[in-house]
Design a protein around this ligand. Structure first.
Ligand SMILES: Nc1ncnc2c1ncn2[C@@H]1O[C@H](COP(=O)(O)OP(=O)(O)OP(=O)(O)O)[C@@H](O)[C@H]1O
Ligand SMILES: [Mg+2]
Length: 443
């Protein structure tokens, strides 16, 4: 059996291979050969140290398969056993490379109590700081010939932009983090002659990007994308022209109450396969709750609405003029719009929005927005990270429509991960005919 470990590392990849720090990041521009280097380093380590335990992670399963499982299978060419159920490569010397993904925030907890000598985060800026910190606790070793190491590859932008930039670019250390533990190797596409030769058009494509993306992806500039919270939002994928939605689809509403600040109400429809459409918005400032309730009813017409969730402040008694000390929720209820208190967990809620915007396995996002919902479309991409809590949205943002979106999404069950989704029905004679089932003992 011959390994297909072809290629010679370029000088930056050599630096990546040679680094020995506790945390080693290789990042910046697109196409520099980061994923190649990560895969190759993992294979080299696995061969070099017997019984080494390595974990290589990406945020989603399709990315993991495309970027690592398939290339590793090709490169290792059967010389290493691949256990498909475990998604693990078992080396003849006892080393093991496990591949995994952490689609949801909580998916990292599946690694609780496990120990890995080496952990790699591919596209580290797609991971949250909490996920990274938790994974660091699994990166430990009892061996004397190897000290645990974390490897990161990354491009600017994404949910983890802030922590990657803080640790590896700004080198701003806190709470016992030590500067000498962090090494950053900047990547440039011009470092990768293989790609430039095989696909010269790629450089032109990067050069033609809008300025901020070009600076980030071609020049590896970490400042331009700083802050944007939902980098996943993409008009061409998430915004659609209004169409008539089938009457039988489930519908519900979500509201972020406000008087001096705008009040935003969103209408949602659920397609049978679980995809969501935000198909209407109401965005009003300095309007009494009774008037908003009236407009909500009027706009809804004869659509059947299952429920309306609202921000918890709708239950405070404010004594607003016209509300006579009643809570906003009571006023809405009296005016024919009963409200349910929304789940107001902020970080999980934003994470839920992020999941709904992300590419689903079928190539379309879970959430789409009618282009008539102008304020939601305007403000969602304007949200920025909170400077103090890099997993939350900053409180200076105009976030009323995104908050209503978050409440709406949190009122829905989460879609199942791909491997738990029901498989399409297939006729199976062994199931259809009782006599044919194993162990059948008569009717
Ligand atoms: N040293 C090398 N020898 C041979 N091929 C290489 C080498 N380095 C990278 N490549 C090839 O160049 C292409 C781009 O590399 P890779 O996917 O690793 O880049 P990347 O920096 O991870 O890109 P992205 O930023 O898009 O994630 C791939 O086809 C990869 O196999
Ligand atoms: Mg890559």
């Amino acid at each position: 059996m011959i390994l297909h470990l072809t290629g010679t590392p370029n000088p930056k990849q050599e630096l990546f291979f040679a680094a020995r720090a506790r945390h080693i990041a290789y990042g910046g521009a697109r196409g520099g050969g980061k994923s190649w280097a990560m895969r190759r380093k993992f294979v080299l380590l696995a061969f070099r140290y017997p019984n080494l335990r390595l974990l290589l992670l990406r945020r989603t399963l399709p990315e993991l398969n495309e970027n690592h499982v398939l290339p590793l299978q090709r490169e290792l060419n059967g010389a290493v056993t691949y256990q498909a159920t475990q998604r693990a490569f078992l080396f003849p010397n006892g080393s093991r490379i496990k591949l995994g993904y952490c689609d949801r925030e909580a998916d990292v907890f599946q690694y609780q109590g496990q120990e890995y000598d080496v952990i790699g985060l591919e596209e580290a800026t797609h991971f949250t700081e909490t996920q990274m910190q938790f994974l660091t606790t699994c990166n430990r070793s009892v061996r004397s010939d190897f000290t645990p190491r974390m490897y990161y590859t990354c491009n600017p932008g994404g949910v983890g932009h802030a922590w990657v930039k803080r640790l590896f670019i700004d080198r701003d250390y806190r709470n016992g983090e030590r500067a000498e533990d962090y090494v950053f190797i900047p990547a440039r596409i011009t470092d990768n002659p293989v790609l430039l030769k095989s696909n010269p058009q790629y450089l032109v494509t990067l050069g033609n990007l809008p300025e901020h993306l070009r600076k980030a992806f071609l020049d590896g500039n970490w400042d331009v994308l700083e802050g944007q919270y939902f980098r996943e939002f993409d008009r061409s994928r998430h915004v659609v022209s209004p169409t008539g939605l089938p009457k039988e689809w489930k519908r519900f509403r979500a509201m972020d109450w406000g008087y001096n600040d705008p009040c935003c109400v969103l209408w949602f429809a659920v397609a049978p396969e679980g995809k969501l459409f935000v198909y209407r918005e109401l965005y009003l400032r300095r309007t009494l709750s009774s008037e908003i309730a009236r407009q909500v009813k009027e706009l809804t017409g004869n659509e059947r609405i299952a429920y309306t969730v609202a921000s918890p402040d709708a239950w405070q008694r404010r004594g607003l003029k016209g509300a006579e000390g009643e809570s906003i929720a009571e006023v809405f209820s009296k005016n024919g719009v009963p409200l349910l208190a929304a789940d107001n967990a902020r970080v999980p809620g934003w994470q839920r929005v992020r999941e709904a915007l992300a590419e689903a396995p079928d190539g379309t996002p879970e959430l789409r927005i009618f282009e008539t919902c102008r304020n939601l479309i305007r403000t969602l991409p304007m949200l920025t990270f909170d400077a103090r809590n890099c997993e939350d949205v900053g409180d200076a943002c105009e976030d009323h429509a995104p908050e209503a979106l978050r409440y709406g999404l949190m009122s829905r069950p989460r879609p199942l991960p791909p491997e738990k989704r029901k498989q399409p029905y297939r006729y199976d004679p062994l199931r259809a005919v009782p006599e044919a089932r194993p162990g059948f003992r008569g009717l």
